[in-house]
Design a protein around this ligand. Structure first.
Ligand code: ADP
Length: 387
């Protein structure tokens, strides 16, 4: 048997936000060294990392410096400099998930093309160059209205999307999304019953594990609540799980991925998008599964077998968003903690902004209904206010 001291491995993470911080917490459980690249001196991961490279995400320099302090590089978000990572990968640095899978996912249009080519169901979509083409897809015999317009790159939390209800809204939507500077695509509007997501992990050797399915509720295009297990029928559950497994195969992802899907009112399941990283909708795994999405991500990228992804108990996760702008302060924690099923996570962001993700809370309970009720109560108590 080979004797490898895994604890000597150094992990480099691009992005020191809450996802990077939660990756480090798990890396530390295994005694690993963790370096972070983030331009913000006080980013959430700063307080617990071994080294912080303070540099931007656009230029190459920060990536190269991070690589000097890492045996394996990973990332907490996908809008990063893939060319810098490509140079590092070419020089023999380990980057997981691979730069090929990152590039395939960075562009939503390319991502959908790959899924479509591999017979993975997605809503009908098309690249569009200008308003005339958008108008064509709005016609009844094409996708019709309402019609989704999306930027191909750079979108998150719905910021690259516009829903067009009729022809008169086209010009405005086109301008709102930057007039094509980031590439544009149209997509048929899915009249969905539920939005769901699946956290899946794939190892360097191709081994895959799939977490239980979460049901997601978005408010203003930002994730508000995840309920697990998702309240959908067995057919949709099996279909979604098999789609997620195929997605992991297609992208040859190493690490934790999130596959967001729609369950349409007609019962069909479609992939909305794939994220090559742990995801907000997988935070429930911290309390509700034996091995959480961050632990299995770290295990994957250092070449260890996966921990058990089984659900211990139903769970509900609710995001804690900043209520206004100002220095962040927290209210209601003591009262919320009178219920021992409530678990609050605060990301350590000094500044609150309206709608900014400041933390989340997870409630575990023996029933889904019980967890929903307790989460609703806890959310009304715990508030992040700016002063
Ligand atoms: P982002 O990458 O910014 O999160 P998404 O493409 O996931 O953007 O879209 C954000 C939200 O917009 C989705 O969670 C869903 O509620 C809605 N949405 C996106 N695409 C469609 C679609 N084709 N049909 C219906 N709703 C959609």
């Amino acid at each position: 048997m080979r004797n490898i001291d895994i604890t000597k491995k150094r992990i480099g993470i691009i992005g020191g936000g809450q996802l990077g911080k939660m990756m480090i917490l798990e890396a530390k459980r295994l005694g690993l060294y963790a370096a972070v690249l983030d331009p913000a001196a006080d980013c959430p991961a700063h307080s617990i990392c071994d080294r912080h490279v303070i540099a931007g995400f656009d230029a190459n320099e920060g990536y190269f410096e991070l690589a000097d302090h890492a045996d394996v590089i990973t990332y907490e978000f996908e809008h990063i400099n893939a060319e810098a990572l490509q140079i590092l990968e070419n020089r023999g640095h380990l980057v997981y998930p691979s730069v090929t899978s990152l590039k395939a996912i960075q562009n939503k249009y390319e991502q959908k093309n790959i899924l479509n080519r591999n017979d993975i169901p997605v809503p009908r979509f098309a690249a569009v160059a200008g308003t005339d083409e958008i108008r064509e897809y709005g016609e009844k015999d094409r996708f019709g209205y309402p019609l989704m317009l999306k930027t191909a790159t750079g979108g998150y939390d719905g910021k690259g999307n516009a829903l067009i209800h009729n022809e008169r809204e086209i010009e405005n939507a086109y301008r709102l999304l930057g007039g094509g500077a980031k590439g544009l695509m149209v997509e048929e509007f899915v009249d969905f019953e539920k939005e769901i997501s699946i956290i899946a992990c794939r190892g360097i050797d191709g081994t895959r594990v799939i977490y239980p399915i979460g049901e997601n509720i978005h408010v203003n295009s930002i994730l508000d609540t995840t309920i697990v297990p998702a309240r959908i029928g067995d057919t949709a559950i099996n279909e979604a799980a098999s789609i997620a497994d195929r997605v992991m195969e297609v992208f040859e992802g190493v690490g934790t991925f999130c596959i967001e899907l729609f369950v349409a009112k007609n019962g069909k399941v479609y992939v909305n998008e794939v994220a090559p990283r742990p995801h907000n909708s997988g935070h429930y795994t911290i309390e509700a599964c034996f091995a959480n999405q961050f632990e299995n991500h770290i295990r994957a990228i250092v070449g260890l077998p996966f921990g058990n992804v089984r659900l211990i108990s139903p769970a509900v996760m609710v995001n804690l968003l900043g209520e206004n702008d100002g220095a962040a302060s927290l209210a209601g924690l003591e009262e919320a903690y009178r219920d021992p099923d409530v678990h609050v996570h605060l990301y350590g962001k000094a500044c609150s902004k309206t709608g900014r993700k400041m933390g989340h809370l997870t409630v575990v309970n023996s029933t889904v209904d019980g967890a929903v009720e307790k989460a609703r109560r806890a959310k009304s108590l715990v508030r992040v206010i700016g002063w």
